[in-house]
Design a protein around this ligand. Structure first.
Ligand SMILES: Cc1cc2nc3c(=O)[nH]c(=O)nc-3n(C[C@H](O)[C@H](O)[C@H](O)COP(=O)(O)OP(=O)(O)OC[C@H]3O[C@@H](n4cnc5c(N)ncnc54)[C@H](O)[C@@H]3O)c2cc1C
Length: 502
């Protein structure tokens, strides 16, 4: 039976119990001495800028925001927090969609946006070394036009590499090329006691435990990465992009299955449903028909011969599965318009609804028709519209629950939760690429039982024994480092009424 989750009131406790430790004037002075007074924010208006990430449903005001400019400054900031026992949260661009960068109340928010240097471009070895505040898109710019960095979140013009590493971010091209974890070969990390550790390097593999793989996707709970070595790859000789329109998402889903089972591995294969097309078309105006049930974007890349042949195959498959029309990009501008429509999908929701709640779940690709039908059924049950845009090849869904005003917010969140459950029931996972953060930690026991969670916790404690790094995220239970795992015992915080199980 899954273990019940625990809701924490921040900040979380640690063995030495800094639960009540918070930002003091002395700590602020110390941070000013380290980073310069202009890079430490304490005014209420400035702090409000940082009270949410991209998931606006959660808001917490930090005690102080500090913007270090170097590894040495990050180290000094983290050491000052360690000395004061104050919890901290690392923040990149704040575009996360699971509340991962949500501040700890009265804690320190460490924003990495000043660390924007490209430290080294090493094309002969297909590597680039960057500071964490460099945006995803800037990496490809720095190694272009001969090379590129494949993981491409739709937020790539703003999101930071540090955030990508912490979330193991994906994107449209991950079906063929893999996720962030497949491209990080080295990391410089500042641990919560201020120690600077190097994991990996430029080489592909290291002996010993895969600590690099452990850090990627750890959502800021194991330390702060201050330099990232990434693998980049040569730009393919040719790229062909097309979009096929269908009456239904089921037909488009059948086409996806036939393309993939036929051995074609497109660079990207993305689907948008009718509501998403309507919103994105209003925002971008790329000429997508708005009376169709689904748009399937397929991008093929590789050698010229391979692309031309596979394009013919994919067109034939789409036609066999009932496509209404097919648009093949004729030039770079047309290709850019197709991608702009897809990548604008989330932001474009404002054109058709005042608010939306973005969900992120992943399912086995073959379950797409069943799960989409279940989502539609849940939408009817709740009387709410749900738009769908997703990485069809990966089975990574992004249902967008549309709602109007605060009154419906709770119901929208509940519906989004039911959708996560539908994904898990279909053999999938509670998150495909947006992370667990604060939003999904309550669902962790749906996927992991108590011994698994205890093992995660022990791993976390090895990096961050006092629980100062992004407490209250990812893990559902606020078990203390050193606490004996095993059958449930009432937590002291529960006894004190600070935390509750639900
Ligand atoms: C419109 C839109 C589209 C999106 N599309 C995609 C998509 O296609 N694919 C996808 O995967 N995601 C997508 N996202 C989600 C988001 O952009 C990614 O999760 C991204 O990686 C977050 O980067 P960030 O710099 O904004 O990180 P933040 O939101 O600032 O932080 C995210 C997490 O990373 C931690 N963190 C940040 N920097 C560091 C660091 N240097 N060291 C350690 N931990 C750190 C934070 O503590 C937090 O837990 C989208 C978001 C938006 C708003």
């Amino acid at each position: 039976m899954p273990a019940p989750a625990v809701a924490m009131n921040p900040p979380s406790a640690t063995r030495s119990d800094p639960a009540s430790a918070h930002v003091t004037p002395a700590l602020v002075e110390r941070l000013r001495a380290v980073c310069g007074p202009g890079h430490v924010y304490t005014d209420a208006d400035q702090l409000r800028t940082y009270e949410s990430d991209g998931l606006l449903q959660y808001k917490v005001t930090p005690g102080v925001v500090v913007l270090p400019a170097s590894t040495a400054e990050v180290r000094a900031v983290v050491r000052a927090c360690w000395a004061a026992g104050v919890p901290w949260v690392a923040r990149g661009a704040g575009s996360g969609l699971s509340g991962g960068a949500l501040p700890v109340e009265q804690g320190v928010l460490i924003a990495l946006t000043r660390m924007r240097a490209v430290l080294e471009v090493d094309l002969p070895n297909q590597r680039i070394v960057v500071q964490p505040g460099v945006t995803n898109a800037e990496v490809s710019l720095a190694v272009g036009p001969s090379h590129f960095y494949p993981p491409d979140p739709s937020s790539q013009i703003v999101c930071s590499i540090g955030g990508n590493v912490a979330e193991n971010s994906g994107g449209a091209h991950c079906f063929k090329y893999g996720f962030t974890t497949n491209y990080v070969t080295g990391l410089e990390i500042v641990l919560s006691d201020g120690e600077v550790v190097t994991l990996g390097g430029k080489e592909l593999d290291h002996p010993g435990y895969d600590l690099l793989g452990t850090f990627v996707g750890s959502e800021g709970t194991l330390g702060i990465c201050t330099a990232v070595t990434l693998r980049v790859i040569p730009v393919p000789e040719m790229v062909r992009t097309m979009v096929a329109f269908f009456d239904t998402t089921s037909q488009a889903g059948e086409a996806v299955s036939e393309i993939v089972s036929g051995g074609v591995i497109p660079g990207a294969i993305e689907m948008m449903d009718n509501l998403t097309i309507q919103a994105a078309e209003k925002a971008v105006g790329a000429g997508f028909p708005t009376d169709v049930g689904a748009a399937l974007i397929v991008e093929l890349d590789g050698s010229k011969v391979e692309c031309e042949t596979l394009l013919d195959d994919v067109v034939a498959i789409c036609e066999r599965n009932g496509s209404l029309s097919i648009r093949i990009a004729q030039d770079d501008a047309d290709r850019a318009a197709i991608w702009k429509t897809r990548k604008a999908a989330f932001a474009a929701m404002g054109r058709i609804a005042p608010n939306y709640y973005v969900q992120d779940g992943v399912i086995p690709r073959t379950m797409l028709p069943e799960v989409l039908a279940r989502i539609a059924q849940l939408g009817d049950e709740y009387g709410m519209r749900v738009a769908n845009v997703f990485h069809a090849g990966d089975g990574n869904l992004h249902p967008l629950v549309l709602y109007d005003g605060e009154a419906q917010a709770e119901r929208a969140e509940e519906l989004a939760g039911r959708i996560v459950e539908a994904c898990v029931d279909a053999g999938g996972s509670i998150t495909g690429e947006h992370g667990v953060g604060v939003d999904k930690k309550r669902y962790m026991p749906r996927m992991f039982d108590e011994p698994d969670l205890a093992a995660f916790q022990m791993l976390r404690c090895a990096f961050d024994p006092r629980g100062l790094a992004n407490p209250g995220k990812l893990m559902p239970t606020p078990r203390l480092c050193g606490e004996v795992p095993g059958p449930y015992r009432r937590h002291p915080l529960e006894r004190d009424g600070v935390a509750e199980r639900f």
